[in-house]
Design a protein around this ligand. Sequence first.
Ligand SMILES: *Cc1c(COP(=O)(O)O)cnc(C)c1O
Length: 356
Amino acid sequence: MSRFWSAVTHTLTPYIPGEQPKLDNLVKLNTNESPYPPSPRVTEAFHENIPNQLQLYPDPNSSALTQAIADYHGVSSDNVFVGNGSDEVLAHTFHALLKHELPILFPDITYSFYPVYCRLYQIAHTAIPLTETFQIRVNDYIRPNGGIIFPNPNAPTGCPVALSDIERLLQANPDSVVVIDEAYVDFGAESAVQLINRYPQLLVVHTFSKSRGLAGLRVGYAVGDSELIAGLTRVKDSFNSYPLGKLAQIGATAAIQDRDYFEETCTHIKQTRERLIADLTGLGFIVLPSAANFVFASHPQHDGAELTAKLRERSIIVRHFRNPARIAPFMRITIGTDEQCHTLITALTDILQSNN
Ligand SMILES: *Cc1c(COP(=O)(O)O)cnc(C)c1O
């Protein structure tokens, strides 16, 4: 606390990112990064371009990257907005498109950055409870609102929402922006990008941090109607005209152009996930149906915090959320390599046996 802080600074409750411990030999399954490096084309592109005129500012519009993203999705470059990680894209979205008279709606159990942005930009929100089985029920969002946002698949549950349900929501909600945060969509959910030409209120947000193995580069983007994109650009150009450095633009462009590598790694992660779910279920865990690169699992006889602590003693880091109480029994486990998942299962087998 300082008397020099502005009034809003006093009211903030900052997001707490999952830890990035500096230890070697850690099985790091806590922040949903890819266990695989990015496409080799990314490093090739860096080698070819690194020394190139770093004394000059980067392209403020990231034009080549924006076009590559537009090509990937089969949309126009006017439909694409890029930012320094999708967290920044989301921040601008809250500021530019979700700040209105009425409270915005998002699930009570979801990406915990959303309430943080609400505080920062002073946006009222209503948390809509997930169902008993931890699902988003779109009918619960059909009510007056200043905007709607949820991840698909949801985090930290991993549960997907059907595209037909999203379309039903869009039809029932034509007058405020609906943001679908598709950070994990490449691991098994249906993308809403194909709907943007029919629903001018739809904004779909993607990241290079999960399915493209580039969390360290910080690149995310939004796809939507050109007027939504123009609103985001106005806020961006009132905040930071150069959010993406030259390296980020070069690396992300190379990554999105390598479809084969992308599909190969996503397929591998999905296969590992199905094996991990089977193994966890075999140990007595209850695992929510996941369409993401993580699973949300609880054990009827063991506390989530206690299991997380015991795994940590064995240098395996998973994520545990104390709040809300409803999810305290769960651990959120990122899908690692096959070897990392095997190490996890061996450790859990050992922990469960020594406890009984
Ligand atoms: C990881 C994540 C993001 C943030 O991604 P960055 O591009 O790394 O900022 C956004 N939304 C959800 C739901 C996420 O899990």
